[in-house]
Write a protein that binds this ligand. Structure first.
Ligand code: ATP
Ligand code: MG
Length: 566
């Protein structure tokens, strides 16, 4: 188990109630080795909520010198796919974690789980029920009324053992019978009213194929898998609090090799998104997004494709903390973590998203000057790059105003601005097309105003970014807004923002970006952070906006690119 960031950060984040429990268990000598696990069900891709569980489990184990297992909870072949198993492995690794001693699967333990179910039958604590799913549900009662004993509850051990063996052998159809634990149909805790522990499912399993016709329930598999792996602290989300008595009941009644304990913490919940695999599956299935790795998705694959560094996800999760009280985190907290990390990590480049041609009339045609630009304003270790300057450059349409409103300090007729890393230019003429749109500016430059020269000190209203015609490469840029318009989406369809993705074509980027590594975000100066999209591999350049530069897009010089966030 390895994790890239420093120990200090691990400690800073780990100060929570679960950490205190583990620390006192270790101090008291009741925990020898701290073993945790992250147990995803391979029925979808991992999202930010899972990241919370991953960071918590792995970092606690690491801090206490123990280990964390990655165990795929593959007990429901009807919904699980190899594609999801592969995605989960990839995403956990991307987040910076390595699982201890090989990948685990609940299906590794199917034989043992079966033997333990037989054990319950033999001690009179499990029975085969022939009732329909409907009748079982009816018989369970409600929070205010007790359940009813099944007419099959009094079956003999021999009959139960024989029927359960026949269930395993595939003699029955789906749903024809189940195995239930015999606990207490009057328990105030519904989970203890004879829960189903095995159901018949004639389906092919990604790992065990057609070897099994019965599969254990989550409740029956989970604690026992924990016990086999000698998990000391089994951390899960609050909705499993009511399952804990059942978790303990199985461990009390079975000859398990160790005695794990379950602790619950609040799920991660965020505004303007959904962290539920069921809902995310619907978004993908119904085509509301372009796949699990759509950059608008809160999945780890989506965030990665958008260009979010794993470090930003870890920082965000650590900052959110762990508690027992449910709360909703504002999505701006994640954006802030992304900006923090990218401000440190992203090399600077120039890109013009909505180009306006500028001809510098007193600059000789054919001449190209190599200007040197630092790759990072605060970190010289990023080095510098050459930005070629020539008679024709492109600037952002919004950096020019023919009739500048009050407070507009950028280019306008008769005004001088600095081209970043280069010269001062003054606008003299505006060229328009037949429709009256400004299509070109005629400017002059001051040859003595290069950023190194004395003229570089002259005060001007603004410094704007640009790309020269000899250097520019065409690119497509995709801008993303939140997937949902409402802070707490309730309706998948009406709450979706139909404009959550905006595609700009005809953008111009510095040539240097073509060889910048895919996956690592760049800062396009004054615009935001951008990353090559996977589609960039096919030869054309496609960039995703990973994050804008500021929280309030209204203040951005390129405000026209941001839709107002509701
Ligand atoms: P979903 O509700 O999205 O389907 P799940 O709990 O069914 O999630 P699993 O694959 O079973 O998905 O989850 C694996 C682990 O991740 C579990 O321990 C679960 O408690 C944890 N987990 C899932 N969602 C969150 C969340 N939003 N915050 C924290 N932990 C989570
Ligand atoms: Mg689950």
């Amino acid at each position: 188990m390895a994790q890239q960031s420093g120990v200090q950060e691990v400690n800073a984040s780990a100060n929570n109630f679960i950490r205190s429990i583990i620390a006192s268990d270790v101090d008291a000598g009741c925990t020898r080795v701290v073993i945790t696990r992250f147990p995803p069900e391979p029925n979808g891709y991992l999202h930010l909520g899972h990241a919370k569980s991953i960071v918590l489990n792995y970092e606690l184990a690491k801090e206490f010198g123990g280990r964390c297992n990655l165990r795929l909870d593959d007990t429901n072949p009807a919904k699980e796919k190899v594609q999801y198993i592969d995605a989960i492995k990839r995403d956990v690794q991307w987040l910076g974690f390595e699982w201890a001693e090989g990948l685990r699967f609940a299906s590794d333990y199917f034989e043992q789980l079966y033997a333990w179910a037989c054990h319950l039958i033999h001690i009179g604590k499990a029975y085969v029920d022939d009732q329909s799913v409907h009748d079982i549900r009816e018989g369970r009662g409600t929070l205010t009324s007790p359940g009813r004993n099944s007419p099959f509850r009094a079956r003999s051990v021999e009959e139960n053992a024989e029927l359960f063996a026949r269930m395993r052998a595939g003699e029955f159809r789906n749903g024809e019978r189940v195995l239930r634990a015999k606990i207490d149909m009057a328990s105030p805790n519904l989970n203890l009213r004879d829960p189903v522990i095995y159901r018949i499912l004639n389906a092919s399993h990604p790992r065990t194929g057609t070897a099994w016709h019965i599969y254990p329930s989550y409740d029956f598999a989970h604690g026992q898998c924990d016990a086999i792996e000698e998990v000391s602290h089994s951390l899960c989300t609050l909705e499993f609090e009511d399952h804990r008595p059942l978790y303990d009941w199985f461990l009390d009644n079975l000859p398990v090799p160790s005695r794990p304990r379950q602790f619950e913490f609040a799920r991660l919940d965020m505004t303007h998104t959904v962290l539920s695999k069921r809902v995310l599956t619907e978004l993908v299935r119904d085509g509301h997004v372009e796949g699990w790795d759509d950059p608008r998705m809160p999945t780890l694959a989506g965030l990665r494709r958008r260009g979010v560094p794993a470090e930003a996800v870890r920082r965000f999760i650590r900052g959110v903390g762990v508690s027992k009280a449910n709360s909703t985190v504002d999505d701006s907290v994640l954006d802030a973590a992304i900006r923090d990390v990218l401000n440190e990590q992203a090399p600077r480049r120039m890109a013009v998203l909505k180009p306006l041609k500028v001809t510098i009339e007193n600059y000789p045609a054919g001449r190209i000057e190599e200007l040197e630009a630092p790759n990072h304003p605060a970190d010289a270790s990023f080095g510098t790059r050459i930005v070629p300057f020539s008679r024709e450059v492109y600037i952002e349409q919004d950096d020019f105003s023919e009739v500048p409103p009050r407070g507009f300090r950028r280019l306008a007729p008769g005004r001088e601005v600095r081209l970043r890393y280069g010269y001062l230019v003054t606008c003299h003429d505006v060229v328009k097309d037949a429709a009256g749109r400004v299509v070109e500016l005629r400017c002059t430059y001051d040859p003595d105003s290069g950023s190194g020269a004395g003229g570089g000190q002259r005060k001007v209203g603004a410094t704007i970014h640009w790309v020269s015609a000899v250097d520019a490469l065409p690119a497509e840029v995709r801008l993303f807004n939140r997937l949902f318009t409402r802070a707490r989406p309730t309706d998948l369809v009406t709450d979706l923002d139909p404009h959550s993705m905006q595609t700009l074509s005809g953008c111009l980027v510095e040539r240097a970006t073509a060889s910048d590594p895919h996956g690592d975000a760049l800062q396009f100066e004054r615009q935001g952070y951008f990353t090559h999209d996977d589609d960039s591999r096919s030869g054309r350049l496609v960039f995703n906006r990973t994050a804008s530069l500021r929280e309030n897009p209204g203040k951005s010089p390129a405000a026209h690119l941001d839709r107002v966030r509701k």
